[in-house]
Design a protein around this ligand. Structure first.
Ligand code: G3I
Length: 321
């Protein structure tokens, strides 16, 4: 449909799926994950992050990332790669080293050369920089920003472009799904800043960690997507989930389904929207309850492996469009 290339689900390596509620859930989970009828794309939720791939300076370990990359290959799914430069889940040494602009530049460059170099040719897209903005649309005061200012963004995209010329290079963030938000304006400024510097950026990833009871309208999602597309980049919904304030009831599941359906509607209606990724698909493996206690049931399969109404809602929506 239109520019849509995939509907996918992120996943973790088995070692990270600590909350499997009963032993058989692994087998049931894997059967869904590997079913080509369900998902045509995947992203490692954790395995390619700095903490795991470069735990010590210059010491690289691709075990966790490879699990998902190999699964994508084996099950013929498109692979989105996530994330080269992010302030969170950083290896502790990155935060404790006393950097100069020169030494941090070298460390970022080495990281991207090794990691993007290792996965070269396998990633449809890379989230080159993740979550560089604060809620007010100004730059987040990460270690990268504090030492290098916005130069670190140019550096990251420039090196990634050189190392993996085929991969689409994305800026990825949350809270940039609504057209009038200051953070959305910040994301657009960031794209323009890179373009003005002559640096390649191909896409904006709207993470879309949304709320069932207060979600953007389809028109808003379309307007935001078009706003990015007007800058000449593609867009994707990269980490979609729709949290519910527990307990779950029919009304909230209906709101949740409406929200998932609006994302599908928006992505199909905007040519520049290439795909939708849900941030895992099985409720017990979602990050939401850990970070927002009292919230959950944000994905497409309940703990007992029954499907949420949003699953059929999206299928219906796809078939109508
Ligand atoms: O690896 C350790 C393990 O050794 C230890 O036993 C265990 C104890 O709790 O923790 C494990 O680390 C956890 C890690 O996931 C791997 O499972 C961390 O505690 C946990 O905080 C971490 O959460 C991840 C979170 O990013 C960290 O910020 C989530 O799984 C992951 O879904 C989430 O993903 C992010 C995106 O990358 C960026 N956008 C927001 C999104 C949601 O926070």
């Amino acid at each position: 449909k239109a520019g849509l290339l995939y509907f996918g689900a992120a996943t973790d390596t088995p070692g990270f799926r600590e909350r499997a509620p009963y032993p058989q859930s692994y087998a049931q989970y894997d059967a869904i994950l590997e079913d080509p009828e369900e998902f045509g794309q995947t992203t490692p939720t954790n395995g390619q992050k700095w903490l795991f791939v470069e735990p010590q300076p210059g010491l690289f370990n691709f075990t966790e990332g490879d699990y998902v990359a190999n699964l994508a290959n084996r099950t013929e799914k498109i692979l989105r790669c996530h994330a080269l430069v992010w302030h969170s889940q950083l290896a502790p040494w990155v935060e404790t080293t006393q950097w100069t602009p020169e030494t941090l530049t070298e460390a970022i460059e080495r990281h991207i050369r090794e990691v993007a170099g290792y996965y070269k040719g396998r990633c449809y897209a890379w989230d080159v920089v993740n979550e560089a903005l604060d809620e007010d649309g100004t730059y987040r005061k990460s270690v990268f920003y504090n030492v290098l200012g916005e130069e670190y963004l140019k550096l990251a995209f420039r090196v990634a472009a050189e190392v993996d010329p085929e991969a689409k290079l994305y800026y990825n963030d949350y809270g940039i799904e609504r057209p009038a938000s200051v953070k959305t304006a910040g994301a657009k400024r960031l794209v323009k800043m890179l373009q003005d510097a002559g640096v390649r950026i191909d896409g904006v990833g709207m993470q879309a960690h949304l709320h069932a009871d207060n979600h953007p309208s389809e028109e808003d999602l379309i307007a935001t997507s078009k706003g990015y597309a007007e800058l000449g980049v593609e867009v994707a919904f990269t980490e979609l989930d729709v949290r519910i304030k527990l307990p779950v009831d029919e009304q909230k599941l209906k709101w949740q389904s409406d929200c998932y359906e609006k994302v599908v509607g928006a992505c199909v209606r905007v040519k520049a929207c290439v795909g939708i990724t849900v941030w895992d698909f099985y409720d017990p493996f979602s990050w939401v309850p850990d970070v927002f206690p009292g919230n959950g049931a944000s994905l497409l399969w309940f703990e007992n492996f029954e499907k949420h109404p949003a699953y059929d809602g999206m299928v219906r929506k796809f078939s109508e469009l």
